[in-house]
Design a protein around this ligand. Sequence first.
Ligand code: HEC
Ligand code: HEC
Length: 143
Amino acid sequence: MKKIALTVVMGLTGFMAMPFSANAEVQSLRGSLEINDDSKSITAAKPMSQRGGFERSYKLQPPMIPHSIEKDKITLKTNTCMRCHSAENYEKEEAPKVGDSHFIAADGKTLETLSSRRYFCSQCHAPQNDAQELVENTFKGAK
Ligand code: HEC
Ligand code: HEC
């Protein structure tokens, strides 16, 4: 009985002390703004363009997109990426052709048209922006 009472007391003290000690260390993403103040507006990160593309970190990495895709649309009816990256258009647009792997179906057969598994390009390929890293990134690619 004594033990239970002691645990309860310890629990209560811990509970009461917590908000005070936690307050000192934890910073909200809104900074020290009062709850009723408006958040600071976010500066939109600029998409990066890089001639020649970005270096890959490992052999089979989907290459990152070295241009803005703000005007591109990938829906069930249209895929504007293929206006430049399809086998028909890539030479004219001076863009790299989608990888050969993009024409292989789930059963291993090579298709005439893009495999549906590769239709939603941005599932694997990401544009880059000049945002600051939130924490230092020490990732090293394996070549
Ligand atoms: C107006 C034409 C155009 C459109 C539309 C376009 N791209 Fe590109 N893309 C290019 C060109 C040109 C390059 C080559 C840039 C360079 O290397 O300097 C490129 C490069 C790339 C690369 C890099 C390839 C590598 O090997 O490094 C990827 C990935 C890519 N585009 C994906 C996309 C995706 C996904 C979309 C749609 C959301 C898209 N692109 C829409 C023209 C286009
Ligand atoms: C499931 C993931 C995935 C999807 C979806 C995907 N890709 Fe890729 N892509 C890759 C990978 C992995 C590579 C690198 C290996 C290769 O070439 O297959 C690549 C390579 C590429 C390359 C460079 C080819 C080269 O020869 O250097 C281009 C350009 C590209 N993709 C464009 C696209 C476009 C455009 C779409 C949408 C129509 C798309 N990809 C959809 C994974 C994907």
